[in-house]
Design a binder for this molecule. Structure first.
Ligand code: AMP
Length: 282
């Protein structure tokens, strides 16, 4: 695995590789890697000649300075995991490499309702920060395929919108959610849970799978209430939102007949750790 810290150097290397006909798969991450990240790597490996992974804890997408400060950064272990997974190139930039004009000069993207809806409503500026970093990465790496996790469903919608706005030819590949044995969606933030919280947080995915199995027996409003009630039987959990959305428009649906494909999305605070999960139910 070749490690680059400078944007110009990684671009130069990848341009030369592309000129020999190699295809490039790109997996952007914030590090603290787990098997979910590695599953994206493995998929990218199978579909491209060269896989590039980035590790960059993007300050522009943190609306809570404490969350940014507490974000885990086990870089040695990450490098070991990426090497083991056969990553070809690791891009590990500093903040100045990504934001040469400083964090006060972020671009503003037209992300439509996604910007201030659900995850966007709870985290003002978050998705604009995500769009800034991924736009910059796409310019630096210029991959054939960009690998994103379904776990961050709204983020995928935002990045599809970015790709459309900027007319990127890069294909977006959505990868399924990897879960811990008890069903909890793997997340870098899970290490901030106590063992007991980590065990009990299984109620989140159990509830989403219950929704998937029984949604036809309920009206959406009643099912939403029931799902929140189930999750909040875990005393440390507070549901920030739980909604049924059209997977295409990412608008809330009020009747099962309103959309062909429906996803149930939720964000749950467990103590001060924010956990996201979703399941496509129809
Ligand atoms: P992050 O490091 O949290 O920014 O995540 C980097 C990428 O890995 C994003 O595309 C995530 O959606 C994806 N990802 C995170 N957790 C999982 C998971 N449990 N399963 C699959 N992909 C994931």
């Amino acid at each position: 695995m070749i490690l680059f810290k400078k944007a110009a150097a990684v671009t130069e290397y990848l341009v030369s590789q592309k000129s020999t006909g190699k295809s490039i798969g790109f997996v952007p991450t914030m590090g603290a890697l787990h098997h979910g990240h590695i599953s994206l790597m493995v998929r990218a490996k199978g579909e491209n000649d060269l896989v590039v992974c980035s590790i960059f804890v993007n300050p522009a997408q943190f609306n809570d300075p404490k969350d940014l400060e507490k974000y885990p950064r086990p870089i040695e272990k990450d490098i070991e995991m990426l090497t083991g997974a056969g990553c070809d190139v690791l891009f590990l930039p500093g903040v100045n490499e990504i934001y040469p004009n400083g964090l006060d000069h972020l671009k503003a993207y037209d992300l439509g309702h996604l910007e201030s809806f659900l995850e966007g409503a709870s985290r003002p500026g978050h998705f604009n920060g995500v769009a800034n970093v991924v736009d910059r990465f796409l310019q630096i790496v210029n991959p054939d395929r960009l690998y994103l996790g379904q776990k961050d469903f709204q983020q995928v919608k935002v990045l599809e919108q970015l790709a459309k706005l900027k007319e990127y030819a890069t294909h977006i590949i959505i990868c399924s959610i990897l879960r811990e044995e008890n069903g909890l969606a793997m997340s870098s933030r899970n290490v901030r849970l106590t063992d007991v919280q980590r065990e009990q947080a299984a109620i989140i995915s159990q509830t989403l799978f219950f929704v998937q199995d029984y949604y036809h027996d309920y009206l959406p409003a009643a099912l939403k209430e029931e799902a929140i009630r189930r999750i909040e039987t875990f005393p440390d959990a507070k549901v920030d939102y739980l909604e049924f959305c059209d997977t295409d428009s990412f608008q809330i649906i009020h009747d099962w007949k309103d959309a062909t494909h429906i996803v149930v999305v939720t964000a749950v605070m467990v103590a001060n750790v924010r956990l996201l999960d979703n399941v496509v139910i129809q």
